[in-house]
Design a protein around this ligand. Structure first.
Ligand SMILES: [Zn+2]
Length: 183
């Protein structure tokens, strides 16, 4: 894969992120890259299961609308892989929201794309429990993002942080582990 060939790198196979991928791939002829653990869901057009250890997850799993147009997956991504996009885009596996959820780190510009590993909606927060396949795993893997080097962060939900993003994320993570949240 080289610059310009990547149609879309799905952060994971959920309808709110994957619904336009088939159309984009069709109109550009470019492959769609998805983590190998979400690729089967993307190809089937079915979202991964919800975490049924929570009431919200059980309710969500009964809701219709967990499907989207099947996505032709051109590349299966793995953790640590550096995509030849814009000078190098590192795949950071942050499973939990979905089995193959990824974040992306653009090292040349010190920019992190969290995906849904961390939301920035009314402040930084973990991925909502009822939207995860395994919310406990999602919370654990969010801490991977505190160990990376970056200045800016973009979120799939919420406004970006243009300066001091790593410090903000680390501050959130440090507080989150000491705060007891009901499960
Ligand atoms: Zn989302």
């Amino acid at each position: 894969m080289s610059d310009g060939e990547l149609a879309s790198s799905l952060s994971y196979a959920h309808p709110d992120h994957a619904s336009g991928a088939a159309e984009l791939a069709g109109s550009t002829g470019a492959p769609v890259a998805v983590h190998e653990r979400d690729a089967p869901y993307a190809e089937e057009g079915n979202a991964p299961p919800q975490d049924t250890s929570t009431l919200g997850g059980r309710l969500m799993s009964r809701m219709p609308g967990n499907t989207f147009p099947p996505v032709p997956v051109g590349e299966r991504l793995v953790d640590g892989q550096v995509l030849d996009v814009a000078g190098g885009l590192r795949v950071v596996a942050t499973p939990g929201h979905s089995p193959g959820h990824i974040s992306l780190l653009h090292e040349p510009t010190r920019t992190l794309i969290t995906g849904d590993a961390i939301f920035n909606v009314l402040g930084l927060r973990y991925s909502p429990r009822m939207l995860c396949t395994d919310f406990r795993l999602s919370r654990r893997t969010a801490h991977v993002l505190g160990e990376l080097e970056y200045d800016r962060a973009g979120f799939t939900h919420g406004p970006e942080i243009m300066d001091g993003a790593r410090q903000a994320v680390r501050g959130f993570l440090a507080k989150a582990v000491t705060r007891r949240t009901p499960e």
